[in-house]
Design a protein around this ligand. Structure first.
Ligand SMILES: NC(=O)c1ccc[n+]([C@@H]2O[C@H](COP(=O)([O-])OP(=O)(O)OC[C@H]3O[C@@H](n4cnc5c(N)ncnc54)[C@H](OP(=O)(O)O)[C@@H]3O)[C@@H](O)[C@H]2O)c1
Length: 293
């Protein structure tokens, strides 16, 4: 059966499940500085919308700020229904240096900057990028809840967290999403996917094609052959099978594959229409293996 194409967040907002991760449209190496092919980057973003994508993920740390500015330059004024998720709490100093600041003041500073960069009055989904071990998680989440009460952010998300941390955060504020690393070849996040599915929380897998965030690599390298073999029977590529598996995994999974290429973008979007039978899913299951709690 074809998996649902849309997901409804816990405030009722509906988005297309297959989104776009914009991080790669930044300076390289290290996702630092403006994207060198600035005008091409704008074309990729505009094409994403033409193809029906209405959920874009970015972060203040990408650039820093340059990725959000590219998005606003390409897409502002935003069409109705476009959902932009960004993140705060990581301060990037150079291509190789960064530190975490999850303090309420740090998150407020990042959020104010993102509002300016994106040219919005309210951010659709604001995510704590990483938990800062020097700051109690309760302070970070309380800081985000305050930004929400002030109308600067609509939904709160958390990234790179554990189920235990999520439960702690949920005792303080309503959490709409979790963004952790996860793909058909990296299944450590299975218990989190299941938890979020049970609780109606969006699970946004980053690195859905298995790429290293700081490098350009061949997606799902070691499994490419096996995925391509499955794809052959469906008229699909290895990448499409990997994305389709995520969409079949649970209805709350919202993959955000990243690309700098319009051809890859088109290929990735087409994966949403792929139908994996129980047999194919079984095959993929035995290839990767479910992680236990
Ligand atoms: N929360 C976090 O800590 C965190 C960390 C990392 C990333 N993220 C988010 O997750 C998003 C996605 O992650 P990601 O970009 O690191 O990894 P990814 O989506 O797993 O893979 C992106 C890589 O795969 C290549 N690719 C994409 N489509 C392809 C296709 N159809 N065929 C062949 N190659 C293809 C891209 O190269 P081309 O440009 O050549 O297509 C790029 O190098 C990011 O944009 C960001 O929004 C979040």
């Amino acid at each position: 059966m074809q998996p649902p194409l849309t997901f409804r967040f816990n405030d009722g907002t509906e988005v297309r499940r297959l989104g776009y991760g914009a991080m790669r449209l930044t300076g390289q190496p290290g996702n630092f500085g403006p994207y060198e092919a600035w005008e091409d980057g704008k074309k990729v973003l505009r094409r994403a919308l033409e193809l029906g994508i209405n959920c874009i993920d970015t972060a203040r740390a990408y650039g820093p700020g340059w990725n959000e500015r590219l998005i606003s330059e390409a897409l502002h004024p935003y069409p109705q229904g476009l959902f932009i998720a960004t993140k705060g709490g990581v301060v990037k100093k150079s291509a190789s240096e960064r530190y975490l600041d999850g303090s309420a003041d740090g998150l407020r500073r990042d959020c104010e900057q993102s509002l300016k960069n994106l040219r919005v009055e309210c951010i659709d989904l604001y995510q704590l990028h990483w938990v800062d071990s020097d700051v109690p998680l309760s302070e970070s989440v309380t800081g985000l809840a305050r930004l929400q009460q002030e109308g600067k952010i609509r939904l709160i998300g958390l990234s790179n967290i554990t189920v235990k941390q999520l439960e702690e955060a949920r005792s303080i504020a309503r959490i709409a999403s979790v963004q952790n690393r996860y793909s058909v070849t990296e299944r450590q996040g299975d218990p989190m996917v299941d938890y979020c599915a049970r609780e109606g929380i969006a699970f946004v897998p980053y690195g859905p094609l298995g790429a290293d965030p700081m490098k350009h690599g061949s997606p799902l390298a070691s499994a490419q052959g096996a995925l391509a073999e499955i794809g052959k029977h469906l008229g699909a590529t290895a990448t499409q099978v990997a994305l389709s598996w995520l969409l079949h995994r649970a209805p709350n999974v919202l993959p955000i594959p990243g690309t700098t290429s319009i051809a890859h973008l088109e290929e990735n979007v087409a994966a949403a229409r792929l139908n994996l039978t129980q047999d194919r899913l079984q095959q993929l299951e035995s290839m990767s293996g479910r992680a236990n709690e």
